[in-house]
Design a protein around this ligand. Structure first.
Ligand code: PHE
Length: 457
């Protein structure tokens, strides 16, 4: 994963890298953000557009980022500087570093909620949650209190700082080799249970039923943002991880494997949430609370619900942690490489600053009225940050990464990096067309439409 020492280390094995990159990709984006976006944006229409973007934009950009990282062996800013000396391209890296910081500032709040739920499940607080109303009350009570969300955010940020500070190739990497497959199996079990709930099939119809009339610009930009967010793209996380990857490894198969697992887990989350939601008669457009409110009803439909709950939230906390690690690592690696900071000073300072930036988001769920939903934009502060950075900034980042690889550094140089070591890159032609033309034009068209309709949130 992230190297122990300050020298640029390498991932021990290909499996270790895939695990680290998949660890970055798989997180709250899959379990929390995907279902809530899908619910808010009409279900099947959103899911189909999202899947198209994963293939046509996500996979090409993951390869672009990995090749930039591995060729330059640098953090996002240093990478652009190394490959295009004397140009303005490092600004794209700086945008990415800023974006990672801003995403971490709301992600850690939601990650804090998962810690809160882990606590509830450990102390039996979820066993009484038998109806949707009770579940809703528990959730809004937790996130709407003034102090608890701040404390939970602080605790999660502390965990992240400790891991990034200490280097993770030991404990966390070894642990996640076992835990992530366990998470996968648990999700499959939950999905089967949820689908077989009475009334559950309606949820599947919502998730996979396609309806053209539901596709709007908002649905399209949200699906694009979600594809990039979920794959950790557009801000240089994969540039950073690519820089730790040994040159003999196959970028194309590694990148495609990560995209495959990430997408499967998002779909699994949808298959758990929507049948259970429809069975309980809930509203798919409930927003950021969707997953938190729905999950306890799935556990309570299973034997050993307490144990299932504890297992689910522990694994979700770990999945979120392997993502926050990658976000903080992007920022930290920039300050170490480009500004000469020590790892210890960088992690503690940046982690603390990011926590301060997270406080308004933590307070925006009911504790502080002017930051809440009825604020100016009809979105609370957390959601505004989520949309601005998670959708728009990542889309702009991905656009520039494609333009850089396609037109500045050059497809030939990038393809040489991907083929290094004699690996066959059978999709080279298609990739070149996607990176040079399809991705930039698609992103520009979508952003153009958004500006035209001025329907930003
Ligand atoms: N992909 C992560 C998730 O789905 C979030 C993330 C986004 C991490 C961007 C790094 C960079 O939870």
């Amino acid at each position: 994963m992230i190297p122990e020492n300050l020298e640029r280390g390498n991932f021990g094995s290909r499996f270790g890298f895939i695990l680290a990159a998949a660890g970055s990709a798989i997180g709250l984006g899959n379990i929390w953000r995907f279902p809530y976006f899908a619910g808010e944006h009409g279900g099947g229409a959103f899911v189909l557009v999202y899947l198209v973007f994963v293939v046509l934009i996500g996979i090409p950009v993951i390869l672009a980022e990995l090749s930039i990282g591995r060729a330059s062996q640098k953090n996002p800013v240093g990478a652009f500087r190394a490959l295009a000396p004397g140009s303005a391209w490092p600004v794209v890296g700086l945008l990415g570093v800023t974006c990672a910081f801003a995403i971490l500032a709301f992600y850690s709040v939601v990650a804090g909620w998962t810690l809160g739920y882990l606590y509830e499940s450990l102390t039996g607080g979820l066993s009484g949650v038998t109806t949707a109303e009770k579940s809703e009350a528990l959730f809004s009570g937790m996130i709407g209190s003034p102090l608890l969300p701040i404390g939970l955010t602080a605790a999660f940020m502390l965990l992240t700082v400790v891991v990034v500070r200490g280097g993770v190739s030991g404990g966390i990497e070894r642990a996640s080799k076992i835990l992530m497959p366990v998470f996968f199996v648990l999700l499959v079990v939950l999905a089967v249970r949820s689908m077989t709930l009475p009334g559950g099939s309606e949820g599947l119809g919502f998730l996979f039923g396609f309806d053209w009339s539901k596709i709007t610009v908002k649905v399209v930009i949200s699906a694009l943002g979600q594809a990039l967010f979920s794959l950790s793209l557009g801000l240089g996380a994969m540039i950073t991880y690519g820089s730790y990857l040994p040159r003999r490894e196959n970028l194309w198969t590694s990148g495609a494997t990560v995209a495959f697992f990430d997408t499967s887990i998002a779909l699994l989350a949808g298959v758990i949430i929507f049948p259970a939601l429809f069975a309980a008669g809930g509203d798919p457009a409930a927003g950021p609370g969707l997953v938190f409110v729905t999950m306890p009803t799935v556990f309570n439909a299973l034997p050993g619900s307490t144990l299932v709950g504890v297992a689910f939230y522990s694994l979700l906390v770990i999945a979120a942690l392997t993502s926050t690690i990658s976000l903080l690592e992007v920022v930290v690696s920039y300050f170490i490489d480009e500004r000469g900071w020590g790892r210890g000073a960088a992690t503690w300072t940046l982690g603390s600053l990011c926590f301060l930036l997270a406080v308004p988001s933590a307070l925006s769920q009911g504790a502080f009225a002017s930051l809440s939903r009825d604020g100016l934009l009809g979105r609370d502060f957390l959601d505004v940050q989520n949309i601005v950075f998670g959708n728009y900034a990542l889309s702009i980042g991905a656009l520039f990464i494609c333009l850089f690889v396609g037109w500045r550094w050059g497809i030939a140089a990038a393809a040489r990096e991907i083929e290094h070591g004699g690996h066959l890159f059978s999709m080279k032609k298609a990739w070149s067309v996607l990176v040079r033309f399809v991705c930039p034009l698609a992103v520009l068209t979508i952003l153009g439409f958004i500006i035209y309709t001025q329907d930003y949130f």
